[in-house]
Write a protein that binds this ligand. Structure first.
Ligand code: GRF
Length: 180
């Protein structure tokens, strides 16, 4: 069985999408552990209701986190709204196994507030990217992207559509990475 570790800081909708992709049989894997670096992360409640083991760790002692993940020996480490830059020793420990979802069409709008950056630049199309994580910020190899037109969409509709797209392409990417 393909073991996964997910890391999240926020509401955890991408985490839940992956978990549901497993439940419905699209992804052949188990989420062995959710690691949150924020005690108030909504992802915790989702893990509880999905019966997925979770752990709070502020990741200040990164070697401790590396040890925990190495013990699990997952096929992939999925960052799902994990809002902290991971140090080089972490990236190297799980080389080519760490995947992230980013709310822009990379290489455009790296880092924080990517949607706001795109709106300020008057983009008419935005989107999401699934990519490998390397030692830069949102610079790793792109796995897949999907865009949509934001013409006539309210801010709320933009975020809603973006999240749907993130969930869709994250589940598809994990499925395909595990099958290849
Ligand atoms: C997503 O928009 C993702 O692209 C970004 O953080 C957000 C996390 O959302 N990295 P959620 O916690 O998965 O709902």
């Amino acid at each position: 069985m393909n073991k996964l570790v997910v890391m999240a800081s926020g509401t955890g909708s991408n985490f839940e999408a992956i978990a549901k992709g497993i439940i419905c049989g699209e992804i052949n894997a188990t989420i062995e552990l959710l690691i949150v670096n924020n005690e108030n992360a909504g992802a915790i409640e989702r893990a509880e209701s999905l019966g997925i083991k979770w752990l709070y760790n502020d990741c200040k002692n990164i070697s401790e986190v590396i040890e925990i993940i190495e013990e699990i020996n997952p096929r992939l480490v999925l960052l799902a709204g994990y809002m902290k830059i991971l140090p080089e020793n972490f990236i190297k420990a799980f080389d080519n196994k760490i995947i992230n979802v980013h709310p822009s069409l990379l290489p455009k709008y790296k880092g924080l507030h990517a949607v706001e950056q795109a709106l300020e630049a008057n983009e008419t199309e935005i989107g999401a990217t699934i990519h490998y994580v390397d030692t830069g910020v949102d610079t790793g190899k792109i796995i897949t992207q999907k865009s949509f037109s934001i013409k006539n969409l309210s801010t709320e509709e933009i975020y809603e559509t973006l999240h749907k797209i993130e969930h869709e392409i994250y589940v598809k990417s994990v499925k395909s990475l595990l099958e290849n």
